[in-house]
Design a protein around this ligand. Structure first.
Ligand SMILES: *Cc1c(COP(=O)(O)O)cnc(C)c1O
Length: 227
């Protein structure tokens, strides 16, 4: 597994306007450094403690993204260090992020995680819950310091490409409805609503065709993870 070759191959495949999140969770610092030296800057981590430790060992200009389930008691290990939280999956978490930001003089960008897959195990808002949230009173939930930049999702783990495509399309359809809605009014928390995060090693080609602006790729860059 040559991390640099993998990275360069994938970067050549990226469509214009698509950014790559190199998902480095469960991998040690050394391959991350190799990817960094080959020019990669955005890295994704899914566990607060692991993120916190890596931040201290790697270059300061890495743009860390948090992509895993975030518990409200772990915010201090994550929010000061990340450019984007992909995985906001409850109103309770959104409110906790808002309080943390207000208490610590921080602003943060987040995505709303939407459950589009068939598996019950995956987390996130349903499409209708996400729509109700985003068209509801966001100032009350987000305050002035939390900006919702877009939506994130994971498709079903399947070889059925038609199903994956259909799931991604359900997300982009919601995204377009929100974009239309925000053009009609001034919603501070949606001032910069421009990000669709979907597509992983097994489905990022489909994701790019369906409008992803961020793909999150781990295995195809770093190889299999050791759990
Ligand atoms: C682990 C993970 C990825 C990367 O998955 P690969 O199949 O290794 O590319 C992407 N997104 C999320 C949310 C993840 O947890």
């Amino acid at each position: 597994m040559n991390v640099v070759d993998n990275l360069q191959r994938i970067k050549k495949e990226l469509l214009p306007n698509v950014d790559l999140v190199a998902v480095s969770k469960f991998h040690p610092v050394e391959p991350i450094r190799q990817a960094y030296e080959a020019g990669q800057r955005i890295f994704g981590e899914s566990r607060p403690q692991e993120l916190f430790q890596k931040v201290g060992q790697l270059p300061q200009d890495i743009r860390w993204h948090f992509i895993g389930h975030l518990q409200t008691n772990k915010l201090k290990m994550v929010l000061p260090y990340v450019e984007l939280v992909h995985s906001v999956d409850s109103v309770r978490l959104l409110e906790a992020i808002r309080r943390y930001c207000e208490n610590n003089g921080l602003s943060v960008d987040v995505l709303i995680e939407v459950h589009i897959a068939q598996e019950e195990t995956k987390s996130g808002f349903s499409l209708s819950e996400a729509e109700a949230l985003l068209m509801g009173d966001l100032l009350a939930v987000c305050g002035e310091r939390v900006r919702i930049r877009g939506l994130m999702a994971m498709a079903s783990l399947t070889d059925d490409e038609a199903l994956i495509r259909q799931e991604f399309q359900s997300l982009t359809a919601l995204y377009r409805r929100i974009c239309t809605y925000r053009e009609e009014g001034e919603v501070a928390a949606l001032a910069q609503f421009d990000t669709l995060s979907f597509g992983m090693s097994n489905d990022y080609h489909i994701a790019m065709e369906e409008g992803a602006t961020l793909v999150r790729i781990g295995t195809d860059i770093f190889g299999p993870r050791e759990y």
